[in-house]
Design a protein around this ligand. Structure first.
Ligand code: ATP
Ligand code: MG
Length: 384
């Protein structure tokens, strides 16, 4: 979908920002460009929408050499989230989001309806936030508007320059999660710049690790972490690979344990007997559709009534597919011996520290054998 063929950019003052770049991003793939400040990431990105012209080499988007495409027409197909968000301060959030559709001639009502839909998609209620101005938003909310605006004309290609750069780590992780969820639904072809290796690993299907003006390694997160191609990549990736692996290994349904299940309208006495029979100290409370209502401890059930009356809210939970690191963080935060794993509202099971360790081992073993983790059946390594 995006193809660089031996692309070099030399600025008039003689600085070679990038030299001899060749790589390809497939349709629907998310590639992160990561590297130290000044290594040429923004330059690479801005050549794709012709805000910067290469000195030599060719760039193809959707098979077309972009040198021959009218830049304005080209940019309609390419959403762009710039490094400093860059919202228009004197326009409302809704109008900011509708900028591109309005530019390309959509009717006002249609452009605004689309903008509202996108605000919804990035987790901002259009009725609340649509009429506000950018300075009435938090940093994280502004970044969400930046992403919504870039998606507004539904471009197949998205360029994102440090889209989650200007917020604290907690909000950043939240924005990353939301973005991954959205990307799973819209499947854009994305080039995303970051200088944070953790973010690159977390978001990228593949990662391009830059040295000065060139790509040192272009591969999957597992390969970059597991076998860095050059000393520079190794030092950039850092020594604490085990910890970083926590952030690339996703929780899979096979990793989970199944605690006893009770229903909200079960009488407490019957539920207590069930727990005793299984030697369990607590159970999850699920309704008939398998949706989670909370959890209940054996002691809670002494009081009588129904299970629903005694249930506690489940605060220690993560979505399925979340990285192990997130589950570990939630465990520490809630001082819990387990975290619930949900698929939407549906309860899948719980992750315990022992299972977390097993999952980590599975991931390291898969790497050592040079297989992608999706190809490794859980059973084959469960006792490794
Ligand atoms: N207009 C320009 N004229 C001359 N040199 C430039 C120009 N724009 C960028 N450069 C240089 O090109 C190199 C690459 O810049 P670029 O903006 O692509 O880096 P970056 O990887 O995005 O860095 P950062 O992480 O700090 O945003 C730097 O050395 C920069 O100083
Ligand atoms: Mg930059």
């Amino acid at each position: 979908m995006i193809r660089f063929e031996d692309v070099t950019k030399r600025y008039p003052d003689g600085t070679t920002a990038v030299g001899g770049l060749s790589f390809e991003v497939s349709e629907g793939e998310l590639v992160t460009l990561v590297g130290p400040s000044g290594c040429g990431k923004t330059t690479t990105m801005m050549m794709v929408n012709r805000l910067i012209e290469p000195t030599s080499g060719r760039i193809l988007v959707g098979g077309e050499d972009i040198a021959a495409v009218d830049p304005v027409r080209l940019r309609r197909r390419i959403g762009y989230v710039i490094q400093q968000v860059g919202l228009f301060p004197h326009r409302t959030v809704l109008d900011n989001t509708a900028t591109v559709p309005a530019l390309v001639g959509w009717k006002k009502a249609k452009a605004r309806a689309r903008a509202a839909e996108l605000l919804e998609l990035v987790g901002l209620d259009p009725a609340t936030y649509g009429p506000r101005y950018p300075d009435q938003l938090s940093g994280g909310q502004r970044q969400r508007v930046g992403v919504a605006r870039a998606l507004a004309a539904d471009p197949p290609v998205l360029l994102m320059d440090e889209p989650f750069g200007a917020v604290d780590p907690v909000v950043r992780a939240q924005l990353q999660d939301e973005f991954l969820r959205m990307q799973a639904a819209v499947r854009k072809t994305v080039l995303l710049v970051t200088h944070d290796i953790e973010e690159a690993v977390r978001l990228g299907d593949r990662i391009a690790v830059y040295g000065q003006g060139r790509i040192e390694q272009f591969d999957t997160p597992g390969a970059v972490l597991g076998s860095p191609a050059t000393p520079r990549v190794a030092s950039f990736v850092g020594a604490d690979r085990g910890l970083k692996r926590l952030s690339v290994t996703e929780i899979e349904p096979g990793d989970l344990e199944q605690p006893p299940v009770v229903r909200p309208d079960d009488p407490a006495g019957r539920a207590a007997a069930e727990l005793r029979a299984r030697g369990a100290r607590w159970a999850v409370v699920l309704d008939d559709r398998g949706e989670l209502h909370g959890w209940v401890g054996a002691e809670d059930l002494q009081g009588g009534g129904s299970v629903g009356d005694q249930a506690h809210r489940m605060s220690a939970w993560v979505p399925v597919g979340a990285p192990l690191k997130q589950a570990f963080g939630v465990m520490l935060q809630h001082d819990a011996g387990w975290v619930a794993v949900l698929d939407g509202a549906r309860f899948l099971g719980v992750l315990t520290p022992a299972k977390l360790h097993e999952a980590l081992r599975r991931s390291v073993d898969a790497e050592a054998r040079g297989v992608a983790r999706a190809e490794v059946p859980f059973d084959s390594v469960a006792d490794a």
